[in-house]
Design a protein around this ligand. Sequence first.
Ligand code: F6P
Ligand code: MN
Length: 331
Amino acid sequence: MRRVSLTRYLIEQQRDKQSIPSDLRLLIEVVSRACKAISNTVAKGALADVLGSAGSDNVQGEAQKKLDVISNEILLEANEWGGHLAAMASEEMEQPHQIPHRFPKGEYLLLFDPLDGSSNIDVNVSVGTIFSVLRCPDGVTEPDEKAFLQPGTKQVAAGFAVYGPSTLLVLTFGDGVAVFTLDREQGSFVLTQENVQIPEETAEFAINMSNQRHWEAPVRRYIDEVVAGATGPRKKDFNMRWIASMVADLYRILTRGGIFMYPVDAKRPGGRLRLMYEANPMAFIVEQAGGAATTGRKRVMELQPEELHQRVGLVIGSKKEVERVTRYHVE
Ligand code: F6P
Ligand code: MN
């Protein structure tokens, strides 16, 4: 079997398919190297004293874990000096991070959720890193928040890593989705799946049911119908999964289909997940795999962001199910 490393895959995308420029290739190499470093740190757990709280809050007012802070640092340090970036933005930092003047600047903007699924860090359940790449607007040399406020359709690359039983990297450049598995002995990501396709229909749903009393009518209707199973209007039994790590829930959906929802509700009228660090990159990947992503009302990737740390309602996964939930909202 031909064994294709991430490096070889990226070089072939650039040289043979000419689907990506060389500086984007190098940027993704660096991001993947940072993910390897985060994977190693996560895997050491209590042995490296990286579990537990950092004793600080992030810009969203959420308690930061030590590993949130460490992962953020790893991504910043790895990506500062390469010359591919104009600036970075992170879920863990209030303002965009400028490239220090001693390093050259590039034409891309990198956004990331350094460690998704923070509530799972201390209990040894999969967590991950989500990232999105945009182009820096022409003529902008010190990108402020405004430079980042581009709709998801402008993403030139997006991906996520899952630090689970295996460490995985899921990647898209807008030409399908590829999955790489970390070979720990070789220290390299190896291509393990290409042209990922999400089944259009599904019998599996993911939602935090403890929010049920806050939901809007269309979400209630959808969940009531799937929970009614074979004797209900859907005429089949559904199963439920909720890992509380979006990366792990979404990787399951890429593998065997399903729908994931964190909708707006009475308790969180703006939604829970972040548009720029979570919803947009995941929407890009899922659409590239034949799925769909909406807010319940609109296509996520067409939203014009108004704030860097903006939240959004999210309905994502198998196309027909997402369309159904969206139809219920419109009706
Ligand atoms: O980053 C936000 C996040 O941790 C997601 O990874 C996950 O899907 C969700 O929040 C879990 O939310 P809750 O704590 O409501 O289950
Ligand atoms: Mn997250």
